[in-house]
Design a protein around this ligand. Structure first.
Ligand code: NAP
Length: 281
């Protein structure tokens, strides 16, 4: 048998990830001779790693924190993905026709999952956090013609960066960076998205004062483990509709899988693998 094609998740640190369970289950089910591995690569080793992918027999990658921007310089973008030069984030690379191509599947992954519970068109939205994931969130909401987007990050420069990027693509969008959580004015918002890592740990504080949560607010937390963060618990108690980020993880993974294999991703099986993986964390 030929040696398996290698795929994997590049980040630092990569820590525990559910992606290997999801992708390896899918490769097995479809009879594809491939393995998905974790590649924890230190910042000082990144350039060498990315410039020697083919020599390492790697056929495709997912990219996570902190490399979604740096990976761009090693990948070519097709016409449809050219806007990623402005958003400055790719999370998927595939070796095709002798070149590395870059994609962002977080964007359609978040869009599909959000729309299962909430229609962002003409809605007012608040985003907490301005890292790589927030760029995908802001792009999706601007593309869906949300009527207002406000972003809060403890580092305002990062939030301003996203505002600039999004405005370059959607000049007419009403988007701003705010100075404090209170300025998000959640009582007048339809959607709150948590794109910070706050809530991953049981010791993390509740991100939002309960008095700002209301039953007309849809709360989407990108975190999926725990399935109910303190934010989602508090939101549910206030009668909000909520979602965690497991569906986004699944849908972005399915799209990456299709980029690599040119096969339809087996949704039911990949969802099952994620749920099984979560039980073991
Ligand atoms: P990131 O690049 O580290 O960005 C997080 C941002 O939030 C940083 O700018 C951080 O600032 C800021 N922040 C931290 N605490 C804050 C607070 N209390 N208030 C406001 N801003 C705060 O991480 P990321 O890649 O964007 O990921 C963010 C979260 O989304 C993570 O929990 C990740 O697991 C999740 N995620 C989920 C999916 C999915 O498929 N469901 C996909 C991608 C990411 P500092 O850097 O200054 O701390």
């Amino acid at each position: 048998m030929n040696s398996p094609k290698i795929y994997g998740l590049l980040g630092w640190p990569v820590g525990h990830s559910l992606s290997p369970s999801m992708h390896n289950a899918a490769f097995k089910a479809l009879g594809i001779n491939a393995q998905y591995q974790l590649f924890g690569v230190k910042p000082e080793e990144l350039d060498f790693f990315l410039s020697s992918l083919s020599a390492k027999n790697i056929s495709g990658l997912n990219i996570t924190v902190p490399y979604k921007e740096q990976a761009l310089k090693f990948a070519q973008l097709d016409k449809e993905s050219f806007f990623l030069n402005k958003i400055k984030a790719i999370n998927t690379m595939v070796f095709e026709d002798g070149i590395w191509k870059g994609f962002n599947t977080d964007i359609p992954g978040f869009s599909r999952h959000l729309r299962e519970g909430f229609d962002p068109v003409n809605k007012k939205a608040a985003i907490l956090g301005a890292g790589g994931a927030a760029r995908a969130v802001a792009y999706v909401l601007a593309n869906a013609k949300a009527s207002l987007l406000q972003i809060y990050d403890i580092d305002k420069a990062k939030a301003l960066n996203i505002v600039t990027m999004v405005k370059e693509i959607f000049p007419e969008i009403n988007i701003e960076a705010v100075n404090s959580f209170q300025e998000l004015d959640l009582l007048n918002k339809d959607l709150l998205v948590n794109a910070t890592p706050i809530g991953l740990k049981s010791t993390d504080p509740l991100l939002v004062e309960e008095k700002f949560l209301h039953k007309n607010l849809f709360v989407y937390d990108l975190i999926y483990n725990p399935a109910k963060t303190k934010l989602l618990e508090a939101a549910l108690q206030k009668g909000c509709r909520v979602s965690n980020g497991l569906g986004m993880l699944l849908y972005q993974g399915m799209l990456s899988f299709s980029h690599w294999t040119k096969c339809d991703a087996p949704e039911v099986l990949m969802r099952q693998a994620l749920l099984e993986g979560l039980k073991q964390v």
